[in-house]
Design a protein around this ligand. Structure first.
Ligand code: ADP
Ligand code: ZN
Ligand code: ZN
Length: 827
């Protein structure tokens, strides 16, 4: 072995300055001086602690530089947080792309990409690697005295003596500097791991059907109930739920586990903590021909070994998940890693469990990442991925930043979902950046949907994406039959405005008699979503926002759904003091009450953001419904997504109109998607499904096409409308909002910005505005809006970055200007 090499690596990277991206709302990086002892540790992608104004901030080193800008008085880096750079070069590049495309401060982009900096208070474990041990042994034999050896050699001998050591960031207690340890790490002599301490494992016991062994004759009846519960639906249930739903005793369950009829395992309440489910066997379906051909195309794409985007367009219940899982499996078998993005946290549970069952043991583990994890959990999961201990990541939007290396596949399930768009800085779209990342990594992006967004389907038809289609449901199950209930006719006949029409009432009654289940969708939560004075017409608005307050009966107060502010229920009109305060617009809370009145014997639950405050409540309600302990589930959008219930024969949509009448060019598309998705929840088992859609606009094409479940027809009509109106996918949009708590400032700044736009407004880029934003006041801020439209994305971007530079020059605060590139909502 050549020991003399020990010192040379220390000089490999030793630039005296570096540029650091800090999590502040400023579109720039900051130059710092790197003190001599830290020079070899500072490299691009590392997090560092630096002084900024009067605070200390954690930032990311973007580049190391030899010369600093002339004349600047630079401050010094205080500490290097990472020994292994948190961000790989690919992720650094990815972050920079996002910052420039979405015009977001680079430091804020990196903050979204990184786990919370829990390392600042955590410990690290340092141990010799096999090579390190061998070298230490050699040294020991040669009786090299520590005093005489170089720093590295001394450290090796010391480490060998001490075994594992815990080292704090910065200068270690035992005399090893971070810098020294890092040099050893780079040479492969030591291993350094982040330790996240103090994590109590909060677990629950899960019971699954196994079906082995003989059981006592006396257990037969109970066994049947347990079997039906665990096998009819998604299977495995937490023990406490099983006991409740199956009405069996704990001792019976224990006995059945011993005889082999049941399997059990501990599962963390939070799936992110779960190494993998060992006991859960996913159903092993053989792919049907349509799935097989889609999968074949994906495999062929992998064979090419190059970037590509595929759209898997499969009707609801066509078995897309099965295809995703095989695609992931194939990527893993090729030595690659994979990310599976799902639109909401609840789905990470289900998809995460399937992935763990498929890949957890066979490959190196699956990690679930989403925003509801605690800082420590997120950081722990994130570092497992960074250390290469997990090769599959399942998660929501931000999981697109998972630090996997050698990425082969990114799946974006339900790619049309608006939850992929982040509505705060950086305002990126998870699906769009997934495609960009796939391109950077030479990977495949697989988008899946029953109702693809107009943009995505357009690209597929133009040949930019490869289109894979599954036209039918699995096992030749029919799509549900869909029927429109015209609320106009209903009113003409009954002269009542009951949100439950006679047809819907009859449908629910039929479910109850047949012992099947009904899902009822309503798209507003609360009891009444408007409070109006009958005498003067004033409505009760939020004090901070230009929006009506929603009445919540059980909490006995009014709430604003935008800012969360609360008001007493007024006894008289705030304007004219009349007593005729009137509540109208029934929300989910009201509907639940009405259903209970109309169907007194039925078991009813409600699922919306008020009842499902915690993940636990959410799972319990869904679990109870899946397990057959409920007859009717009423709720908001939450119900529409992804769930696979087998005993639902009726889906009722109380009103399709609220989403149709939104002041937004995507209103028709959203309505069509929502109706198709929710209809897709019916008839997923052996029983056929029926869907009733109530509306005042029975002739609207979004509703007509949803009834026929004719995506192609809807697409053609909507595409025509977009072309005529010059909306995406034919133009690119950017929404610029000028906002301030002072109306005067907001007006003044909008005027100034319009002076910039006016001479540049032409056919290449159209600038509409300034106008009061549809939400003219939000969270105390007054808002004005400019809408930029252009066929050329490049020209649009140029104008927009020019506008931001202009604002800087005119000293309009950066926080007052909100630029949204490719906005999903124009509110
Ligand atoms: P989608 O996401 O397309 O709506 P899912 O992936 O949820 O559909 O699949 C619907 C149901 O069909 C699931 O219960 C799944 O286990 C089942 N399934 C999937 N593939 C097959 C197959 N080849 N044969 C039988 N059942 C299947
Ligand atoms: Zn009044
Ligand atoms: Zn408000």
């Amino acid at each position: 072995m050549n020991f003399s090499a020990a010192g040379t690596l220390a000089n490999a990277m030793s630039a005296p300055f570096c540029n650091v991206a800090l999590p502040v709302p400023l579109r720039t990086t900051f130059t710092y001086r790197v003190p001599e002892p830290l020079r070899s540790s500072v490299q691009p992608g590392c997090r560092v602690l630096v002084p900024f104004r009067k605070k200390s901030l954690v930032g990311v080193v973007v580049e190391c530089i030899e010369a600093a800008p002339a004349g600047a008085r630079l401050r010094e880096i205080a500490r290097v947080v990472d020994l292994l750079p948190a961000l790989t070069p690919k992720l650094l590049e990815f972050g920079q792309w996002i910052a420039s495309y979405y015009l977001a401060p680079i430091g804020e982009v990196f903050r979204s990409m990184l786990p919370p900096a829990t390392e600042l208070s955590s410990q690290r474990e340092v141990a010799l690697s096999a090579a390190g041990r061998a070298m230490a042994e050699e040294l020991g034999k040669k009786l090299l005295l520590p005093e005489t050896g170089q720093e590295e050699l001394r450290a090796l001998v010391e480490l060998a003596k001490q075994g594992k050591v815990f080292s704090f960031t910065g200068t270690g207690k035992r005399g090893f500097s971070a810098d020294l340890l890092q040099r050893l790490q780079r040479r492969g002599l030591v291993e350094i791991r982040e330790m996240t301490k103090g994590r109590k494992r909060r677990t629950q016991r899960i019971i699954a059907w196994k079906g082995e062994g003989a059981s006592k004759p006396g257990d037969a009846e109970n066994l049947e109930r347990v079997h039906a519960l665990l096998e009819t639906e998604r299977g495995p249930l937490p023990l406490h739920q099983l006991l409740k739903l199956a009405h069996v005793s704990r001792s019976l369950v224990e006995r059945l586990i011993r005889t082999g009829a049941l399997a059990s395992w501990e599962e963390p309440l939070d799936p992110a903590e779960d190494p993998f489910d060992t006991g859960y066997e996913p159903p092993a379906h053989t792919l049907n021909p349509a799935q097989e051909s889609a999968f074949g195309a994906i495999r062929a794409r992998f064979e090419l070994g190059e970037f590509g985007v595929q759209l898997l367009h499969g009707v609801t219940g066509s078995g897309k998940t099965e295809v995703y899982l095989r695609a992931v499996q194939d990527a893993l078998a090729r030595g690659k890693t994979a990310i599976v993005l799902v639109p909401e946290i609840a789905l990470t549970l289900w998809v995460g469990r399937q992935c763990r069952a498929w890949f957890g043991a066979q490959f190196e583990g699956v990690v679930v990442l989403h925003s509801a994890l605690s800082d420590v959990e997120r950081s722990h999961a994130w570092w497992r991925v960074r250390h290469g201990e997990a090769r599959v990541v399942v998660g929501t939007r931000s999981a697109v930043f998972a630090p996997l290396e050698n990425l082969g596949l990114i799946v974006v399930d339900e790619e049309q979902e608006s939850s992929y768009k982040q509505e705060e800085t950086p305002r990126y779209h998870g699906r769009d950046v997934a495609i960009v990342r796939a391109k950077l990594e030479n990977a495949v992006a697989l988008l899946g949907s029953a109702t693809p967004s107009l943009e995505t389907y357009h690209h597929a038809r133009e040949g930019k994406y490869e289109l894979l289609t599954i036209a039918g449901r699995v096992a030749s199950r029919p799509l549900p039959s869909v029927e429109i209930i015209s609320l106009r006719e209903e009113f003409q006949q009954t002269h009542k405005t009951n949100p439950i029409s006679s047809a819907l009432h009859a449908g629910i009654q039929e479910c109850l008699s047949n012992g099947t289940q009904a899902l009822i969708l309503i798209n507003r939560r609360g009891y009444s979503w408007s409070v109006l004075c009958r005498s003067c017409g004033a409505s009760v608005q939020c004090v901070n926002c230009s929006i009506s307050m929603t009445h919540h009966k059980s909490r006995n107060r009014l709430e604003c759904h935008y800012c969360g502010s609360i008001q007493q229920i007024p006894k008289q009109c705030p304007r004219c003091h009349s007593k005729y305060v009137y509540f109208f617009g029934e929300g989910s809370e009201h509907l639940e009450e009405r259903l209970r009145k109309e169907f007194p014997g039925a078991r009813i639950a409600r699922l919306d953001r008020d009842t499902a405050r915690t993940k636990r409540q959410f799972q319990e309600t869904l679990g109870a419904f899946a397990g057959g302990a409920l007859d009717i589930l009423v709720g908001t959008q939450m119900l529409a997504k992804g769930h696979d219930f087998h005993r639902v024969t009726l889906v009722g949509v109380v009103s399709a109109d609220a989403s149709l009448s939104m002041p937004d060019f995507r209103a028709a598309e959203r309505t069509f998607q929502l109706l198709t998705q929710v209809a897709g929840r019916a008839g997923r088992g052996d029983l056929p499904g029926h869907v009733l859609i109530q509306t005042y606009y029975p002739d609207h094409y979004a509703i007509q096409d949803a009834v026929k479940q004719d995506y192609a027809a809807f697409f053609e009509r909507e595409l025509h409308f977009r072309r005529v109106m010059a909306y995406p996918p034919f133009t690119s949009l950017a929404n610029v909002i000028v906002r301030d708590t002072s109306l005067e400032n907001a007006i003044q700044w909008s005027r100034r910005l319009s002076e910039y736009f006016a001479p540049l407004n032409n056919d290449a880029v159209r600038v509409l505005g300034p106008a009061a934003a549809p939400l003219a006041r939000l969270k105390r801020e007054h808002r004005f809006q400019f809408l930029l439209k252009s066929k050329s994305r490049v020209k649009l971007a140029r104008l927009l970055s020019g506008a931001l530079a202009y604002c800087d020059a005119k000293e309009i605060p950066q926080t007052a200007i909100l630029a949204d590139v490719d906005p999903l909502s124009l509110l």
